[in-house]
Design a binder for this molecule. Structure first.
Ligand SMILES: NC(=O)c1ccc[n+]([C@@H]2O[C@H](COP(=O)([O-])OP(=O)(O)OC[C@H]3O[C@@H](n4cnc5c(N)ncnc54)[C@H](O)[C@@H]3O)[C@@H](O)[C@H]2O)c1
Ligand SMILES: [Zn+2]
Length: 383
């Protein structure tokens, strides 16, 4: 045998900035990011979420003006508009159109894609960009709470395949992220709230003080008070970014997925609701809130957390305005869902459960009967 042990490492770095009115000509964030890649004119393909455009009809004019003012650095292609929401992950039409369009327009590895939209559009376009030419540089401009505090700042992208959430995807770091708070006011109440579930998630597993703050500010968050929502986004983003940078497993090679706390059932609930005509649009964040409640009931049932801690968590979720029962729960087959999650992890089951507020641990076994009882307990939250 002749063996050559290959080894190299690559370090990753990208800025995540928080700003307002990112496309005002005097806002230098986008210009500076592109100028950082070289002081010459960069070809940039904008891709825009259709709902964002509908709610911000001046967006195309703003892009054009920004491109004109900063023409020494930026040359925008005609924007490509994609359907907003989970549909662009469920139906590959836009991803295929992206391949055609970037090929026809000769968008290459020296060009950029600027994606402006919710987590779904960011996921789908991120996937399309990552596999085109083995990776076109991507600048993300997330326009939802969840996009700005989680989906848009991480290292993953995906589309769904045969109703399997995130079946096709890659790990690919963005070139840069620009979080523009001025996009948020047009979001529906449901979508604004949904993104807060990821903040509760990461606070519970990583930062007890942040959870205390969420608890104390649940009312302000439920009322979408700007200062509270922005603080939530920045802290949640910081915690996600820190986890990715310091967990030792940014590309999730091991089975432990603490950031997927509450997600094993959430993904199933989303799949069930997408497949059903009656309750089609359970949002990812709404499903995560239910998933967190379920796993906390289980943690209490197996004596990992006490009744008081469970009550605090449920009160906080409800205080922010989450419904903790959804008809999709009636169709949740716990045994099958856990088996499917195990398969997704690649063999060994690894479920993150709380041991206290701010602390979690990985469990390799879940008692299906106890978990099914916990699903029953969630029915008590039916309104
Ligand atoms: N890649 C990751 O690491 C990661 C992490 C978490 C979640 N996700 C994925 O993110 C997706 C959910 O993202 P989301 O919560 O942002 O929802 P979303 O992208 O599905 O958007 C929800 C709705 O809001 C619209 N919208 C977006 N921005 C708007 C704005 N500023 N004003 C008005 N309407 C706007 C969209 O068009 C859509 O109709 C799920 O598919 C989930 O799996 C990915
Ligand atoms: Zn999530």
């Amino acid at each position: 045998m002749h063996l050559i042990q290959q080894q190299f490492s690559v370090s990753y770095e990208f800025p995540v900035c928080f700003t307002r009115d990112a496309l005002a000509p005097e806002n230098m964030a986008l210009r500076d990011i592109l100028a950082g890649a070289g002081e010459f004119t960069h070809k940039v393909q904008p891709v825009i979420d259709s709902q964002v455009l509908a709610d911000h009809p001046d967006l195309l004019d703003k892009l054009e003006l920004y491109g004109n003012v900063h023409g020494d650095i930026i040359a925008f292609e005609d924007p490509f508009i994609v359907r907003g929401g989970e549909v662009c992950k469920n139906d590959p039409a836009e991803v295929e159109e992206f391949f055609r369009l970037t090929q026809d327009r000769k968008i290459c590895r020296h060009s950029f894609v600027l994606v402006i939209g919710g987590g779904s559009v960011i996921d789908a376009v991120g996937y399309a960009a990552a596999v085109s030419h083995r990776g076109i540089r991507l600048i993300r401009m997330p326009t939802t709470v969840l996009g700005q505090n989680d989906a848009g700042i991480g290292v993953k992208n995906a589309i769904n395949f045969r109703n399997r959430k995130n079946y096709l995807g890659t790990f690919a770091t963005p070139f840069a992220v620009i979080n523009d708070f001025d996009f948020l006011p047009s979001l529906s109440e449901r979508d604004r709230r949904a993104g807060m579930a990821e903040a509760v998630k990461i606070a519970l597993i990583r930062d007890g003080e942040f959870f205390n703050w969420l608890e104390q500010n649940a009312q302000q968050l439920a009322a979408f008070e700007e200062a509270a929502v922005e603080k939530l986004i920045i802290r949640c983003a910081e915690l996600h970014l820190r986890h990715i940078a310091t967990s030792g497993d940014p590309f999730e090679r091991g089975s432990a997925r603490p950031l997927d706390f509450g997600h094993w059932s959430a993904h199933q609930l989303e799949e069930i609701s997408h497949a059903s005509a009656d309750h089609k649009d359970l949002r990812h964040g709404e499903a995560v809130a239910i998933g967190i409640a379920l796993d906390c009931h289980y943690a209490h049932a197996v004596n990992l957390i006490n009744a008081e801690t469970l009550a605090r968590i449920i009160t906080c979720l409800q205080g922010i305005g989450f419904q903790l029962y959804h008809p999709a729960l009636d169709q949740l087959d716990v045994g099958r869902a856990l088996a499917s999650f195990r398969e997704h992890l690649g063999g060994e089951l690894c479920i993150t459960l709380l041991t206290s507020v701010g602390r979690a641990r990985e469990m390799n076994e879940i008692n299906v009967e106890i978990m099914s009882n916990c699903v029953e307990q969630l029915r008590a939250y039916k309104k």
